[in-house]
Structures are given as structure tokens and as C-alpha cells.
Design a protein around this ligand. Structure first.
Ligand SMILES: C[S@@+](CC[C@H](N)C(=O)[O-])C[C@H]1O[C@@H](n2cnc3c(N)ncnc32)[C@H](O)[C@@H]1O
Length: 286
């Protein structure tokens, strides 16, 4: 059977969206629009203003290449090369975890502890794309940040994001294990972190996440999913100001285990929920 090539934007959208839906994309139409727009260099609205525009062979080939990747399960943010997070746009590559909406809750909590005119330093451990540190800096112009990651490749992406956002003069990136590169820091306002906390094979982990996102960003320490959290609790008190706090993201099923990470170094502990009502952030106050 001969199937005609879709020759206009309209026909391409009509052919692509159902194809992606059949391959399991839960936002097939949006993904289709975003990828075709990306391949053609057009905003989504402009696609709709020009639905009957004919497509050249080159344009069709570019669209096909992106759609094929999505059909194989690759996350849309890696295909487009960027993701929105707390009102900022961040470049993302397969070297970094794609920033998640639930992590915006950690940013919201951190900002609620920092007055608009806050000054001083905070530390973002396990910075990945830099999303948490950069979102906080964007909203608190008097602060500076140290951002640590064990992955040099992730830090390349985070640094580029800081430059694009014009925040690079207020953030220093350090490569190393948790707070080891910050041994000389004192009086940090906050330590914030979204460390790896997934158990390999967890049913909560979507297959495309496990297949495409960096393992070093996902999995906790061997059998202990909260191993990074435990080590951070031991390390953070030494560098925090007397009224400082440690905020760490956790999995939705880890609230009780997180609360059990007791430490005499902190005066109080609580688990805060995200917008979906799931346990999401462990907050320890000095
Ligand atoms: C869950 S991702 C979080 C990335 C980013 N903060 C976010 O919220 O999207 C965890 C990050 O921690 C880094 N990482 C893993 N083990 C680490 C360690 N021992 N010390 C520092 N960074 C580590 C990974 O490279 C990865 O970038």
C-alpha cells in the first residue's frame, strides 16, 4: 500500500500525534507541536497560523528524526534541549536530570525562609542542571551560591545555564562528593539538595526515566536509597549559620524513613508535602 507523505504542517501533525499516542506518549499532541516547531524554528502559535504551509524534504526529514526519538521513549526535554523550571528556562542534556515540577516545592520552601533582601551564601548540593540554585538566585538578588556536583559533565550544563541567565557572577560551581568541596564554608544560610533517592527497579520509576536519565542522578547509595541524605545531615550542620536549615528532596514514599534520620545537630525536623499532597521535602532546622 502506498501512503502519501504528509506535505503540510497540518497533515504532519495529523499523522504524527496518533502515532506517538500509540507508542505511549501521554501528551502526544503537545509533543508533536513542540517537535515540529523546534525542527522548523517556529513557535507553537506560529505553527497554527501557518498550518497549510508546504514542507520541504529537508524539513520533513528534520521533523521525522525528532519524532522517531520521541517514539523510542526519549524525554521531550532532551529532544528540545530545554525545560522550564520555576519561571526560568534551563538547557538540559542527557548529562543532567530533567528538572521536575515537584522540585519547585523545595525552591518555594527555601524562598519562604529567605527574606527578599537576604544576603550571604547558600549551598546547592547535587546541582545537576543548576535548577534549584539558579531559581533561588533569580529571586534573591542579594545572595550568592556554591553549587556542587560529582559529575563534571553536569557542571558544564549548569555553568552554561548560569551564564545564559546572567547569574554566573553570583554562583561558583565545585566538582566533588556532597559537601566535601565546601569544608571551609561557615555560616551558610541554607543547604538545599535534591540528591539521588531512587531504589533501582522501583515501580515508581518510569521506564523512559530509567532508560534515558543519568544513573548517577537517580539512584541512592547501594541498598540505602536515603544514603546521600544521611551523609548530608552529618555534614551540613558544620557549615550552616546558627539559624540555618537543610532542605532535601525525598521520594513520595520516603517520609517516614526520612523523619527517622535523627540528628542531635538539628533542633527540629519536618516533612513537607508537594502540590499533589505527596511527602517531598525533609526540612531540618538548626
Ligand atoms: C536527582 S539529581 C538532581 C539534579 C538537580 N538538582 C535537580 O533537582 O533537577 C542528583 C544530582 O546529584 C549528583 N550526584 C550524585 N551523587 C553525588 C555525590 N555523591 N556528590 C555530589 N553530587 C552527586 C548527580 O550527578 C546529579 O546531578
Amino acid at each position: 500500500m502506498h501512503v502519501d507523505q504528509p506535505r503540510t504542517i497540518r497533515a504532519l501533525i495529523a499523522a504524527t500525534a496518533p502515532w506517538l499516542a500509540k507508542r505511549g506518549s501521554s501528551s502526544a499532541r503537545l509533543d508533536t507541536d513542540l517537535m515540529i516547531g523546534h525542527a522548523l524554528g517556529l513557535k507553537r502559535l506560529d505553527l497554527y497560523l501557518d498550518l497549510d504551509r508546504p514542507l520541504s524534504d529537508d524539513e520533513l526529514a528534520r521533523c521525522r528524526e525528532l519524532v522517531k526519538r520521541r517514539g523510542q521513549g526519549e524525554p521531550i526535554a532532551y529532544i528540545l534541549g530545554h525545560r522550564e523550571f520555576y519561571g526560568i528556562t534551563l538547557a538540559v542534556t542527557p548529562a543532567v536530570l530533567i528538572p521536575r515540577p515537584e522540585t519547585e516545592r523545595l525552591v518555594e520552601l527555601a524562598l519562604s525562609m529567605l527574606p527578599d533582601d537576604a544576603e550571604g551564601l547558600f549551598v546547592d548540593v547535587c546541582t545537576g542542571s543548576g535548577c534549584i540554585a539558579l531559581a533561588i538566585l533569580e529571586h534573591r538578588p542579594g545572595l550568592t551560591a556554591l553549587a556542587v556536583d560529582i559529575s563534571g559533565a553536569a557542571l558544564v550544563v549548569a555553568r552554561a545555564n548560569a551564564i545564559t541567565l546572567g547569574l554566573d557572577d553570583r554562583i561558583t560551581f565545585l566538582e566533588g562528593d556532597l559537601l566535601a568541596p565546601c569544608a571551609d564554608v561557615r555560616d551558610a544560610r541554607l543547604v538545599v539538595s535534591n540528591p539521588p533517592y531512587v531504589v533501582p527497579g522501583s515501580p515508581l520509576l518510569a521506564l523512559d526515566v530509567a532508560a534515558f536519565e543519568p544513573k548517577v542522578a537517580l539512584y541512592g547509595e547501594e541498598a540505602d536509597a536515603l544514603g546521600h541524605h544521611r551523609r548530608l545531615v552529618r555534614q551540613a550542620a558544620a557549615i550552616l549559620a546558627p539559624d540555618g536549615a537543610l532542605l532535601m528532596e525525598i521520594g513520595s514514599d520516603q517520609g517516614a524513613a526520612a523523619m527517622a534520620i535523627q540528628s542531635p545537630l538539628f533542633a527540629s525536623a519536618s516533612v513537607e508535602r508537594d502540590l499533589d499532597g505527596h511527602d517531598r521535602v525533609l526540612v531540618l532546622r538548626r
